[in-house]
Write a protein that binds this ligand. Structure first.
Ligand code: SP5
Ligand code: ZN
Length: 340
C-alpha cells in the first residue's frame, strides 16, 4: 500500500490549545502522532512511504473559499506584525455569528470570521503543513484513480472539521473533501467518516451535492464537539437532499453497536454504487482516547477495516484524529492491514 506523507507537518506545532472553561493544555494534535504511525508502518513490509506530489491551489479552491485560503496564507505574518502581547499562536477571542455576519478586514476580525473554535491554532508552519497535508490526500486519490486498490494519506493537520470557509477542530484544509472532490470528476464518490467527532466540514462542503454521498458516524453532538451540527435530521439540501447521513452514537458505545451503525452506513454506500470510496479515518473512536467517550477496541477497529474493505471499492484512506499516541500506530495498522 502506498502511504503519502510529508515532513512539512512538523512546523505546525502549536504550544497549547484551550479547553472548556479556559484551561491551556498541551496541543493534543501533535507531531508525535505521525512518528507513532510511521514507526508502526516501518515494521510492515506492505507499506511504502512516498512524498506527495504538489498539486497547486486549484483543487483546494474547488472546495474552499479563496479569501479563506488567503487568510490561512497570510495570517501568521500579519499576526507577527500586530500589537498582540503573546504571539505564540494566533487565536481570536470573538467569533462571527453565522446569521448575516459582516466581514471585517482586520486580522483578529478575520480570524474570528474564519475560525469556529479555539483548537485550530495558527503558528508559523500551519499553512505549509496544511498544503502538504492536502497534497498527501490528492496523491492518494491519484494513485487510486490510476488503479491502486487503496492508498493511505497520512495527513497532518487533519481536515474533516474545516468547512468551505472556516477552520476548526485542529483542521484547516479539508483533505478528504479535496480528494473526494478531485475524484468526483471521474465518477460518483462515497465519503465515509469514522472519526469520533462529526465531520461537520465535509458535511458543509458536499451538503447540496448528489454526486458525493457523505456519511458520518460520530458521538452525539448533543453532548460532544462540534455540538451544533451532526444530527440525524440533517440529510442534505437541494439536489443533495438524501445524500448526507449522520449516525450519532451514545457515550460508552462498544464494538457491537458501532458495527451495527457501520452496517447501516455500508448498506447506503452499496446502494449508491460509487466508483470511489474515501474514508476519513479518525482513531479517536478507540476506547482509551483522551478526547473520546466511546469504547471501540483495537480488534473492533480491525473489524471496521475488514467490513469497509469488503465493499471492494478503490479506497482512499485519509488520516483524521486519534490522540492516544501510545496506541495510534497499532490501531492504524489494524485498520490499514485489512486493505493491503
Ligand atoms: C480531527 C479531530 O479529531 N478534531 C477534534 C477536535 C476537538 N476539539 C474540541 C475539544 C473539546 C475539549 N473538551 C475537553 C474534554 C476533555 N475531557
Ligand atoms: Zn476526532
Amino acid at each position: 500500500m502506498n502511504v503519502y506523507y510529508s515532513e512539512a507537518h512538523r512546523k505546525h506545532n502549536p504550544p497549547f490549545e484551550i479547553f472548556d472553561g479556559g484551561l491551556r493544555v498541551p496541543y493534543l494534535e501533535n507531531p508525535d502522532r505521525m512518528d507513532r504511525i510511521l514507526n508502526a508502518l516501518s515494521e510492515r513490509d506492505w507499506a511504502r512511504t512516498i512524498e506527495p506530489k504538489v498539486f497547486g491551489l486549484d483543487p483546494i479552491y474547488a472546495v474552499h473559499d479563496k479569501d479563506y485560503v488567503n487568510f490561512l496564507a497570510s495570517s501568521w505574518t500579519e499576526w507577527l506584525a500586530s500589537e498582540a502581547k503573546d504571539k505564540s499562536t494566533l487565536l481570536p477571542s470573538t467569533f462571527a455569528l453565522r446569521r448575516y455576519p459582516q466581514k471585517p478586514t482586520s486580522l483578529l476580525g478575520r480570524a474570528g470570521y474564519y475560525m469556529m473554535d479555539l483548537s485550530a491554532c495558527i503558528v508559523a508552519g500551519t499553512y505549509a503543513a496544511a498544503l502538504a497535508s492536502a497534497n498527501c490526500a490528492l496523491s492518494a486519490a491519484e494513485a487510486v484513480a490510476n488503479g491502486e486498490r487503496s492508498a493511505f494519506a497520512l495527513c497532518r493537520p487533519p481536515g474533516h472539521h474545516a468547512g468551505k470557509d472556516y477552520a476548526g477542530g485542529y483542521c484547516f484544509i479539508n483533505n478528504a473533501s479535496v480528494a473526494a472532490n478531485w475524484l468526483s470528476a471521474k465518477g460518483k464518490v462515497a465519503l465515509l467518516d469514522i472519526d469520533y467527532h462529526c465531520g461537520n466540514g465535509t458535511q458543509d462542503i458536499f451538503y447540496d451535492r448528489a454526486d458525493v454521498l457523505t456519511i458520518s458516524i460520530h458521538a452525539d453532538p448533543n453532548f460532544e464537539y462540534p455540538h451544533y451540527t451532526g444530527y440525524p435530521d440533517e440529510t442534505g439540501s437541494g439536489a443533495g437532499r438524501g445524500f448526507h447521513k449522520n449516525i450519532p452514537l451514545e457515550k460508552g458505545t462498544e464494538d457491537a453497536r458501532y458495527l451495527s451503525a457501520l452496517e447501516e452506513a455500508l448498506n447506503l454506500i452499496h446502494e449508491f454504487e460509487p466508483k470511489y470510496l474515501v474514508v476519513s479515518a479518525g482513531m479517536d473512536i478507540y476506547a482509551d482516547d483522551p478526547l473520546g467517550t466511546i469504547k471501540v477496541t483495537t480488534e473492533g477497529i480491525r473489524e471496521i477495516g475488514k467490513r469497509i474493505s469488503a465493499l471492494n471499492l478503490p479506497t482512499v484512506i485519509v488520516m483524521e484524529g486519534g490522540y492516544n499516541n501510545d496506541m495510534l500506530g497499532k490501531n492504524m495498522i489494524s485498520l490499514l492491514g485489512e486493505f493491503r
